[in-house]
Design a binder for this molecule. Structure first.
Ligand code: ZN
Length: 358
């Protein structure tokens, strides 16, 4: 089912994904938006770590915690108030007005000696999960959650095929504790022009595992978690959700399809349904942990169908910094400076608690 396409006043793409029987009715975006700067961000190469850093100073001007009547993600039937000029919508995706990366279609940046920088090419998109200003992903009806999955799938296929994009990352930051500046339920999609450091590390681990043992690292770990069982939170015939053996966050759950695929594009129709169901199940458990909804980060780890990413196994990593009803875990010296995580709870205890929160 192809989305309905429209353009915003400054030329950005806007895509409407609709539930069966709904027909999107976009109106003209009549806002006097400034033109886009093709070089609004920069990549700088950190030679001490071999990692790229994105410098996007323009983002300092972005919309910060607007009052509910000025929410740019609520539908704007007049075409004057919103990023979504339409009387209503189910799920929409549009290019971020304040992107960290933009202007896809060029070659990947090349590391080198000296001070190496490159244009911050790539893509940043916003995914509005619903036209309702309040609520959350966990509160979506299953068919609506499935539509968000469909949007992720469409964007993953589209951006993976775009020149100059190495990695497509669909994610959600939920909760002010995580630094969310717009409360309207939404997620984002980044198309990076390079492989991110964590993904590169995981692929290197998986490659070494394959060379030494022959199998797929992620598949072997999934099988071990299932056999052990003590950290499994939920399991269906198609998906497994578990707290990983070496969890880094006070609440951390990984969701794997039981069958090896590299990304959501490779999931079958049944698996897409099953993915929406188990994802909702885990998020609902999160929100039952404490009196207030759990702040969380949701990260879809997807891999391209390429030689370099052949060992990647699609999965979702969900994590929260809430470590008790009243306390948050801050990334302090050991985590921030040394990337050495210290857990305050055992993964087995967290898994038991989440299992019981059905
Ligand atoms: Zn809103």
């Amino acid at each position: 089912m192809a989305p309905t396409r429209a353009k915003l006043a400054d030329g950005r793409d806007l895509l409407f994904f609709a539930l069966p029987g709904h027909r999107p009715a976009p109106v003209a975006d009549r806002r006097p938006l400034p033109g886009r700067d093709p070089d609004q961000s920069q990549l700088r190469y950190d030679r001490t770590t071999g990692q790229w850093v994105i410098v996007a100073a323009r983002r300092q001007d972005r919309t910060y915690k607007p009052p509910p009547d000025q929410c740019p993600l609520c539908p704007g039937p007049t075409g004057l108030t919103s990023e979504v000029p339409a009387p209503d919508y189910d799920v929409v995706v549009f290019e971020n007005r304040f992107p960290s990366l933009s202007g896809a279609g060029r070659a990947a940046p090349v590391p080198g000696d000296g001070f190496v920088s490159a244009p911050g090419h790539g893509r940043c998109e916003v995914v509005c999960f619903s036209s309702a200003h309040t609520g959350s992903f966990a509160e979506l009806e299953p068919a609506h959650a499935r539509l968000v999955v469909e949007a992720w799938r469409h964007r993953t296929a589209d951006l993976t095929a775009a020149a100059g994009i190495e990695q497509v990352f669909c994610f959600e930051n939920r909760g002010e504790e995580i630094g969310v500046t717009l409360t309207h339920p939404h997620g984002q999609i980044y198309g990076y022009p390079y492989l991110t450091p964590r993904t590169a590390t995981m692929l290197a681990q998986a490659r070494e595992h394959r060379l030494r043992h022959g199998g797929n690292l992620f598949a072997d770990l999934l099988a071990r978690e299932v056999a052990d069982g003590s950290r499994v939170v939920a399991r269906t015939d198609l998906f497994t959700a578990f707290v990983p053996f070496a969890a880094r966050w006070p609440v951390e759950v990984h969701i794997y399809p039981n069958r090896f695929v590299r990304n959501v594009v490779e999931l079958s129709a049944d698996e897409l349904d099953g993915f929406a169901r188990i994802y909702l199940d885990v998020l609902k458990r999160f929100d039952r942990m404490y009196a207030a909804p759990l702040p969380y980060i949701s990260a879809l780890h997807q891999y391209a169908d390429s030689e370099a990413q052949a060992d990647g196994y699609f999965h979702v990593e969900l994590m929260s910094i809430r470590r008790s009803a009243t306390k948050l875990k801050y990334l302090a010296a050991s985590e921030s400076a040394m990337d050495a995580f210290i857990g305050d709870v055992t993964p087995e205890d967290v898994a038991r608690r989440l299992r019981e929160l059905r």
